[in-house]
Design a binder for this molecule. Structure first.
Ligand code: FES
Length: 353
């Protein structure tokens, strides 16, 4: 059966049944800007930046939430579409305090990019007089409601991506706000501080607190690595300036975490810079005090202790627990050591539940 087609900017274009106009256009290489669209979640059609013209329709339609139908005629580049897109961005810019110079998201802001792409040179409409105060009381996430454009991406990410359901859109009209249950701070809510809301925020409404002043996006080197915490092996990007991590984000579309991170993977990197970090082996002396030792001395001591216990009490008198931070290969070698060399099955992994 022939593939269904529609007309995109005057050109016959194939599409897969069930696709939205946005998906089909992107597959055909046609760019339609978006703000609220979050891949893999239910479209909300909240921002209206993706409006396109459909022949026969009275008003422009949101391409992110409108399915393509055979023969549909769509224009993404007409004078009306471009003018309306510019107006939508102007209205969003006027919805809050988007003073880019002092914004943590400067250089990593979709609204800023769109304002530039639409060639906006001034804020046309009066700014709102009052905004909800910034929530700055937890150590990880800053919620600046004066920069929130109510696109709802954070809500979609919390509800549909990580399925934690800690936030939703509350109140009405100009009072609208992203709220937790009871509209309290994150710390008093169901929030688990995975930071997925920060990851998807297209503006500076949600930012990593520890990243403040640590480096602008264009100053940081993005280093892809594997999260050191557990055996899942989540892929993450370290944003590094002058050898220090400014923040950690997920690698979009990469297995196994598909752009998600947990609280430890995203925020738990302070141990790297801890003054208390152990850098050499320590041996406990008779007095109970620790003293620094070389690796050779420490390993010789461990070997001697294991040998002594096994000789005296048999192999089942020893046991091993491999570290959750170890790679699979290390854990494999550890069980080989215990089973094949020590002759005991007393071996486990500390992340096993
Ligand atoms: Fe379609 Fe926001 S991206 S309405």
């Amino acid at each position: 059966m022939a593939e269904p087609t529609f007309i995109l900017n005057g050109k016959e274009t194939p599409f897969n049944p069930g696709q939205t106009i946005l998906e089909a256009a992107r597959e055909a290489g046609v760019t339609i800007p978006t703000l609220c669209h979050l891949k893999g979640t239910t479209p909300t059609g909240a921002c209206r930046v993706c409006l396109v013209a459909a022949k026969g329709a009275r008003s422009l339609v949101a391409s992110c939430s409108t399915p393509v139908t055979p023969g549909m005629e769509i224009r993404t580049d007409s004078e009306r579409v471009l003018r309306t897109r510019k107006l939508v961005v102007e209205l969003l810019l006027s919805s809050g305090h988007h003073n880019c110079i002092v914004c943590e998201a400067n250089g990593n802001c979709r609204l800023q990019d769109l304002a530039y792409e639409c060639r906006i040179t001034e804020i046309k409409f009066p700014l709102p007089e009052k905004c909800y105060p910034t929530e700055d009381e937890n150590p990880l996430i800053v919620r600046d409601f004066s920069r929130c454009i109510l696109c709802g991406r954070c809500v979609q990410a919390c509800n549909e991506v990580v399925v934690n359901r800690a936030i939703t859109l509350g109140y009405r009209g100009s009072e609208s706000k992203v709220v937790t249950g009871g509209d309290g701070p994150y710390t008093d809510s169901e929030c688990v501080f995975c930071g997925q809301c920060v990851e998807v925020c297209p503006v500076g409404a949600l930012t990593e607190k520890k990243a403040r002043g640590m480096g602008r996006p264009w100053e940081t080197q993005k280093i892809r690595t594997t999260c050191p915490y557990c055996g899942v092996g989540c892929q993450q990007l370290l944003h590094v300036k002058n050898g220090r991590i400014a923040k950690v984000t997920a690698v979009e579309g990469a297995e196994p975490n598909q752009g998600r991170l947990c609280v430890k993977g995203r925020f738990g990197y302070d141990f790297l810079y801890s003054e208390e970090r152990l850098k050499t082996p320590l041996i406990r002396q008779e007095s109970g005090e620790f003293r620094e030792a070389s690796w050779d001395e420490a390993l010789d001591l461990v070997v001697a202790k294991f040998k002594g216990i096994i000789e005296k009490h048999g192999p089942d008198a020893v046991a091993g627990v491999s570290c959750a931070r170890s790679i699979n290969e290390d854990s494999y070698q550890m069980q080989k050591l215990f089973r094949a060399v020590f002759k005991t099955n007393n071996i486990d992994h500390c992340a096993r539940t």
